[in-house]
Design a binder for this molecule. Structure first.
Ligand code: CA
Length: 223
């Protein structure tokens, strides 16, 4: 299991790193909010341990940015002891758990085990199926019979939208709004480019699923 720890108190971060490594976790450290966000956006971690009080960007902002960018990695927030407002704001911003500082490392290890279990349940539950393909929006993997590979985040989001419509049509505007957001410079041709990426990938999987263009209206899946 791969963990990102974002914590500016270097001695504490390194001490925890040692404990985690002894417990067979692989750990990367970031010492400020900006670096933490950069690492987190890579989407390669199983769990992120995130301090709230951080230089450059605070933990709550880092968390909000991660969620806004579609990163669903479980996050444990490290809060100041007894500060309930931190806890509430953190959970509202998309944290999965919180831990008041200082804490015994045993407590952190227990929380990590619990989140790890929950993560595998979530992944198992959320596989989407259409025709002969299965899509896991958490791991970004698409499977077709025995073949599988990883999509990019945007390709995965686009395919997810199409699958959720089943055989219904989704318009380009609606795709732009859902994937790129309202205030965006994304244009129609962004959608076309990603649709063509997805078509190539479906073809390379030899899937019977195809993406139909309904001229002037949008796109839909066909099996
Ligand atoms: Ca701190």
């Amino acid at each position: 299991m791969r963990i990102l720890m974002v914590e500016d108190e270097m001695h504490m971060a390194e001490a925890i790193e040692q404990v985690l490594k002894k417990n067979h976790y692989s750990v990367d450290l970031a010492f400020n909010g900006e670096d933490g966000l950069d690492c987190g956006l890579a989407g390669i971690y199983d769990i992120i341990i995130l301090d709230i009080m951080l230089p450059k960007m605070n933990g709550i902002t880092v968390l909000k940015e991660l969620r806004k960018n579609g990163i669903a990695t479980p996050v444990i927030l490290l809060t100041a002891k007894g500060d309930t407002s931190d806890k509430v704001i953190g959970l509202d911003s998309g944290a999965d758990d919180y831990l008041p500082k200082p804490f015994p490392t045993e407590e952190l290890l227990a929380r990590l085990r619990a989140l790890g279990r929950r993560k595998s349940e979530i992944i198992y539950d959320n596989v989407l199926k259409y025709g002969d393909i299965e899509l896991n929006p958490h791991t970004l993997y698409i499977c077709c019979r025995k073949n599988s590979f990883k999509l990019t985040l945007k390709e995965c989001q686009l395919l997810e939208l199409l699958i959720l419509r089943q055989n219904g049509i989704i318009s380009k505007d609606s795709i732009i709004e859902k994937i790129w957001g309202y205030d965006t410079n994304a244009e129609d041709n962004h959608v076309e480019v990603y649709i063509s990426f997805l078509r190539k990938k479906l073809a390379s999987l030899k899937s019977c699923v195809s993406i139909q263009t309904i001229r002037g209206v949008g796109y839909c899946l066909k099996s």
